[in-house]
Design a protein around this ligand. Structure first.
Ligand SMILES: Nc1nc2c(ncn2[C@@H]2O[C@H](COP(=O)(O)OP(=O)(O)OP(=O)(O)O)[C@@H](O)[C@H]2O)c(=O)[nH]1
Ligand SMILES: [Mg+2]
Length: 485
């Protein structure tokens, strides 16, 4: 991280953090870019931003200067700090909705530090993480889900997470939730009409008719509820585990994929005991995909229990658990000693997965024998696709396996244009609470209870758009943003 940002714990700066935290109205400043490059962007926001910018730049800013770049000298009394560019944004036409001034400084940390110090002397305080976005949401310039999308854009590790964040930034999640809320509002109003005219038997507002309308809303929410697990795969990676006998070469292959010696390799059967996890980014046809790769203990204990010691046995149980939690299981078979019987037993212990076949030690097996073994494996294990020979010594075959992995993951992560996928646990919880209320409405035998359930269900969804969130909870959401955002 840049030097200047690390100094946020510097007592000189700390005194500028007031106890009101996100709720204070003070003018704030922070670097938006790291120092050390050619340029560094510093942003100031708040009611005093224009006035203070005028003071430190010794120049006048008129409303006609709005959004116009101005070349200035930043100076501390008469001492010059930098020859810089300044752009004022008059409220409400700025990112935060407040007066904002952005300074484009030369990239040295000392210039950034001196400029920040100068601002601090003028009653500006260092912005908290995400505080600019927080103010944008508070001032109605940005929807909560769009602010969250900005955070997700910044931390996106692969193309799928990036696309999803951009989708969210375009407002599709917000729109969908608003649509569901509007539908629920209509339903609540109709049920209240039904209550008022209960003596007139109007079919339109009868409980069965209203329940029909509710069904389609519940379906939409259930789809969103179900999208969370997929969403996690976009952001955190597709879980993949290695599965095979001891000494098959799993850890060697794992290391070859990662391009580093992460897992211990030895010719002693049972070397890997615990699950070793690592993230891996592979380039597929549509861009980068992130994987959560697990190297596991070899599986001899499943068949011959007495062969495995107690620790190894626990490792084996974890291997099976890891495979069960994975979307893709790489079945790693020793090319020198395939041992088909045991592999069958292991495959029977994990069902309904994408299995990709990897045969190791290509460098030690003659081509003629390779073909025979491949044919045998295809015949014996129809559930495993694409057997590929690899060598962790010569690295032959590693890229083709990586390409196949990426292609399977891309199919798993496919998303229809505009499809909303939720990624935040808080959103999942709000949707589940809402569904609970709506199901209670469905189970109710009279319109009064139905209307109450609908209203509660609608209220729970407010958390997804920031409407029902108290300021301190909002502040907590923004606290894991980066400073300057
Ligand atoms: N020649 C050759 N040797 C390999 C290859 N892959 C693994 N080995 C050797 O096979 C032995 C076992 O490799 P590991 O990667 O530790 O096997 P593992 O499947 O992780 O074994 P456990 O952790 O015990 O389950 C080591 O001596 C490796 O050097 C390969 O592609 N070619
Ligand atoms: Mg191992």
């Amino acid at each position: 991280m840049p030097q200047v940002l690390q100094q946020a714990s510097d007592p000189k700066k700390q005194k500028h953090i007031d106890s009101a935290g996100y709720l204070s109205n003070k003018t704030i400043a922070a670097l938006c870019t790291p120092t050390g490059g050619a340029l560094c962007v510093l942003r100031v926001s708040g009611s005093q931003a224009i006035k203070i910018a005028e003071k430190i730049s010794n120049s006048e800013l008129l409303p006609s200067d709005d959004r116009k770049a101005k070349r200035i000298w930043i100076s501390d009394q008469s001492k010059k700090i930098d020859d810089a560019i300044m752009i004022p944004y008059f409220e409400p036409k700025s990112f935060t909705g407040e007066n904002v001034v952005e300074f484009f400084l030369h990239g040295s940390p000392i210039i950034a530090q001196k400029t920040l110090d100068l601002l601090f002397e003028n009653d500006v305080r260092l912005a908290l993480p995400g505080e600019f976005s927080f103010r944008a949401v508070k001032n109605g310039k940005l929807q909560l889900s769009q602010a969250e999308a900005i955070k997700e854009l910044i931390i996106a590790e692969n193309d799928f997470a990036l696309d999803l964040a951009l989708e969210k930034l375009s407002g599709s999640q917000h729109e969908l939730i608003e649509k569901i809320r509007t539908d629920l509002m209509q339903l609540a109003t109709l049920s209240e009409v039904g209550i008022d005219f209960s003596d007139q038997d109007i079919d339109e507002v009868s409980l069965p008719r209203l329940n029909q309308r509710l069904d389609s809303i519940v379906l939409l929410l259930e789809r969103l509820n179900g999208s969370f697990d997929r969403g996690k795969k976009f952001t955190d990676g597709v879980p993949v585990s290695l599965f095979g006998l001891p000494n098959a070469g799993k850890s060697s292959f794992f290391n070859a994929l990662l391009g580093e010696d992460r897992s211990i390799v030895s010719d002693i059967a049972g070397t890997t005991r615990d699950v070793v996890r690592e993230k891996l980014n592979l380039h597929g046809k549509k861009g980068y995909v992130t994987f959560r790769l697990s190297d596991t203990a070899g599986l001899r204990g499943v068949v011959v229990n007495h062969d495995a010691d107690k620790i190894e046995q626990i490792g084996i149980e974890r291997t099976i658990q890891a495979a069960q939690k994975s979307d893709l299981v790489l079945v790693v078979v020793d090319g020198i000693d395939p041992n088909l019987n045991q592999i069958r037993t292991f495959l029977n212990s994990v069902k309904d997965k994408n299995f990709l076949g990897v045969i190791t030690k290509k460098d030690k097996v003659e081509t003629k024998n390779q073909n025979l073994i491949t044919e045998q494996l295809i015949k014996e294990f129809p559930e495993v696709s694409n057997w590929t020979w690899i060598s962790s010594v010569t690295l032959e075959g590693i890229t083709p396996v990586a390409e196949k992995m990426a292609s399977i993951a891309e199919t798993l992560l496919e998303r229809a244009p505009g499809e909303v996928v939720i990624t935040q646990i808080e959103h999942l919880q709000a949707i589940q609470k809402s569904l609970k209320c709506l199901r209670e409405a469905k189970d109710s035998s009279d319109l009064v209870m139905f209307a109450t359930g609908i209203r509660h269900g609608m209220g729970e969804l407010g958390a997804l758009i920031g409407e029902t969130l108290p300021d301190d909870v909002l502040g907590k959401i923004f606290s894991d943003f980066c400073i300057g955002k």
